[in-house]
Design a protein. Structure first.
Length: 480
């Protein structure tokens, strides 16, 4: 008798980590290795909030057909040397705990707390590792002037808790019996209860963690005071292009420099100051986009149109111009970081890479995200495709050809819900295929049958229609 066996991949994990803690053997000079949002935990440890760049790194991983470890190792080695240690996880405190353990083990490389292997090790760590970073944590609480925090009382509660675990003999935090936040807080103080919650939580919410963002080394900005009020986008666009060129000249031209976020402060005709954000789904190179700056101007246009609509809706009862004139503005680069040359070496410079860069630029220009689709194993059209990440490696199964080939005669445009139509006249439609799915789940197997046709109207426009087993006709899509 045979049996099915499944190999458990202990290093595999789902989802994208929210934070990473990075240790370098020397003092860290560049904290922005993987994200423009960073915190300097100590001289040799830096935290990055990588969830802000999830879309970019996911596309790069799928494009290069590698895992996140293979993607990040050369980048981190470029900035921090071969002896670096990086721990990815959902909360910065969990990353720091596991990083302390790996430093003690004299390890190197990348570790993901989402993997079953490292999560099991993490949950078995002793109290020494849990307390290792709490002295530095105390210093950060004091530097942020956390309301109600007193270092002496915190250390007193630490000592009380150490006596408690000494008496009970529990070897680690995950061996403690269930004790909710309120119960733990009443006995050992709210601050130590917060540290315990960070250790065990599964969300990326900071929950009072003293995050102190590192200031960007340079935040270039340009001002413009208009000689006369302006309320036409064509004029605003022309002036913004000049200002973006001036902004480029304020920092050294470097193709490694990429921007995540810019702030546009606008002074309206009534002297109201409005601050809006130009954010990019993927790191954006201002220098490479000159002289047209199409990507930044697309984002500015969407923001301008939204601002105009909001002002019109708010002031609809007032006798104001249809478009509120602008008097002045400021553009400031708020978040930027450097992508090392090694990342471009990973992806090469062939035609496919040029197309890849075009897609990234297009995603930055559009107000909505781009979706990629692949064939799914189903005979029913509305179930025969699914969303997949851009550049995700395709299925190597040769059986996939069947599901791909059957979709060749189907349209690209599907209605979200079908519309019933009158039965067409013979000669207006051409048979395509009969589809049937999940026939074993219905009492009458005919109920799952559909006959699909191409229906042409007198003007020659083609629609995608089907007839069910009752003889009723429905329109489900259109051919472009």
């Amino acid at each position: 008798m045979g049996f099915n066996s499944q190999v458990i991949q202990l290093n595999e994990f789902d989802g994208f980590p929210a934070y990473v803690a990075i240790y370098a053997e020397q003092a860290i000079e560049n904290p922005f290795a993987l994200s423009p949002v960073a915190m300097q935990w100590s001289e040799q440890i830096v935290l990055n909030r990588v969830q802000d760049c999830e879309a970019f790194w996911t596309v790069q991983k799928n494009k290069s057909q590698c895992d996140y470890e293979a993607l990040f190792v050369p980048i981190l080695a470029h900035y921090y040397g071969e002896g670096f240690i990086a721990v990815f996880g959902c909360h910065p405190w969990q990353c720091l705990i596991y990083l302390a353990y790996q430093i003690e083990q004299k390890s190197s490389g990348i570790y993901f707390l989402q993997s079953r292997l490292h999560q099991n090790i993490y949950q078995s760590l002793d109290w020494h590792t849990w307390f290792a970073n709490q002295e530095i944590l105390t210093a950060h609480f004091e530097s942020t002037q956390a309301k109600g925090f007193k270092a002496d009382r915190f250390r007193s509660k630490q000592a009380q808790f150490k006596r408690f675990i000494g008496r009970t003999g529990f070897s680690g935090l995950f061996q403690l019996p269930g004790m909710d936040y309120q119960v733990f807080s009443r006995r050992f103080g709210s601050w130590l209860a917060s540290v315990r919650r960070w250790t065990m939580q599964q969300s990326s919410a900071l929950q009072g963690f003293p995050w102190i963002s590192v200031d960007q080394p340079l935040r270039p900005w340009v001002d413009r005071d208009l000689e006369y009020p302006v309320n036409q986008w064509q004029v605003v666009e022309l002036l913004l292009r000049e200002d973006l060129q001036r902004l480029c000249e304020l920092f050294v031209q470097d193709e490694q420099e990429h921007i995540n976020r810019m702030v546009w402060q606008i002074r309206l005709f009534n002297h109201q100051l409005v601050e809006v954000e130009l954010s990019f789904r993927h790191p954006y190179s201002l220098h490479r986009d000159q002289p047209g700056f199409k990507t930044a101007l697309y984002q500015a246009r969407y923001i301008y149109d939204d601002l105009v609509r909001d002002l019109q809706a708010r002031d609809s009862d007032l006798d104001l111009p249809e478009t509120m004139p602008l008097l002045a503005w400021r553009i400031e680069v708020c978040e930027r970081f450097s992508l090392p040359p090694v990342i471009w070496d990973l992806f090469g410079h062939d035609a496919a890479d040029i197309a890849h860069e075009d897609i990234l630029n297009l995603q930055n220009k559009l107000p909505v995200t781009l979706d990629s689709y692949c064939s799914a194993r189903s005979f029913f059209p509305e179930q025969c495709f699914s969303v997949s990440p851009l550049y995700e490696k395709g299925d190597d199964d040769s059986g996939q050809i069947q599901w791909t080939s059957q979709s060749l005669q189907r349209p690209l445009f599907y209605y979200q819900s079908v519309d019933e139509i009158e039965a067409p006249i013979v000669g207006q439609f051409t048979f395509l295929e009969r589809c049937s799915n999940h026939w074993w789940q219905v009492d009458d197997t005919r109920a799952s049958n559909r006959d699909y046709y191409v229906l042409k109207n007198p003007r020659g426009a083609a629609s995608w229609v089907y007839r069910d087993f009752n003889g009723r006709w429905f329109k489900q899509g259109e051919y472009c």
